[in-house]
Design a protein around this ligand. Structure first.
Ligand code: IPD
Length: 274
């Protein structure tokens, strides 16, 4: 995997911030008053709204205008191969169910990655941004540049939480949309709950990872994520000093994504079959 030079990485982060911010503005400012479900995907509760589609179309256009030679993949069907070695992975609304219910925990996630996004473990994020338009939080990072959170004019460098035991950790997680998968995920959470400070299920994997990066959660794990759910958040967490791992200690991916202090992940791993 060819990593872009530091100047290009900083430019990719700036572009990710601009695109995620513009999409965030779109989904708040142009949300229809009677927003309904446009269609469903993997199950009746895996919903897509018209704004997921419009946000992905806007991201696709802005990225193509800025860097036409890059690939681009998105949750709602965007799939364009490129020639530059850089691809964009876009979640036009991560936390769509929260967005539908007007719970302020949804985000636009835009990441630049290198490698083959279609193959678990064969790609990595190199720059990215996660924007929560409901709170005005802009999380961003590029490889080697640290992770930052901007709210209005305030910019803070993110630093991982100091929690180093599972017993003292607030652990975030998430669930898939398939009932059988959720049954198994619920059983894992039931066994974990007595062993940690508490569990949170916010409903946006991108924000979960950013919250571990800024110390609002101590650890996070989830199975079944797609690259667009976690690419930008993975990098934000890693650049904040958080350990990000996958199944068997490999790279984060669909099989497993976990984030937190190394000592906390060591305790968490056997409990979640990692
Ligand atoms: C979902 C959210 C949720 C996670 C699911 C994801 P979506 O993404 O990130 O927190 O638990 O696994 O699919 O569908 O809202 O883009």
């Amino acid at each position: 995997m060819q990593i872009p030079d530091p100047t290009t990485l900083a430019d990719l982060e700036a572009l990710a911030v601009r695109v995620a911010t513009e999409c965030g503005r779109l989904i708040t400012d142009e949300r229809p008053t009677a927003l309904g479900v446009h269609h469903t995907k993997s199950s009746a509760v895996d919903v897509v709204t018209i704004m997921d589609q419009r946000s992905e179309e806007l991201a696709s256009r802005l990225l193509h205008e800025a860097r036409p030679q890059d690939g681009a993949y998105g949750e709602e069907g965007l799939a364009t191969t490129g020639t530059s070695g850089v691809s964009w992975v876009v979640d036009p609304i991560d936390g769509t169910v929260n967005y539908l219910y007007e719970l302020p925990a949804y985000a636009v996630s835009v990441a630049a990655v290198v490698g083959d996004v279609a193959v678990e473990g064969a790609w990595r994020p190199v720059a990215g941004a996660v924007v929560n338009p409901a709170t005005g939080e802009v999380f961003s990072a590029h490889l080697g540049g640290g992770a930052h959170k901007r709210v209005g004019d305030d910019v803070v460098a993110l630093q991982a939480s100091p929690a180093d035991t599972l017993a003292m950790s607030l652990v975030g997680t998430g669930f898939g949309y398939d009932a059988d998968v959720r049954r198994a995920q619920g059983a894992v959470v039931a066994a974990l709950l007595p062993q940690c400070r508490d569990i949170r299920r916010l409903g946006s994997a991108a924000l979960d990872l950013c919250h571990v990066a800024d110390g609002q959660m101590d650890a996070y794990y989830e199975r079944g994520l797609h690259p667009w759910d976690m690419a930008a958040g993975w990098l934000v967490a890693a650049e904040a000093g958080v350990e990000v791992r996958g199944q068997g200690g490999g790279p984060a991916g669909a099989t497993l994504t976990m984030a937190g202090a190394a000592s906390v992940l060591d305790e968490l791993t056997p409990l979640i079959g990692g």
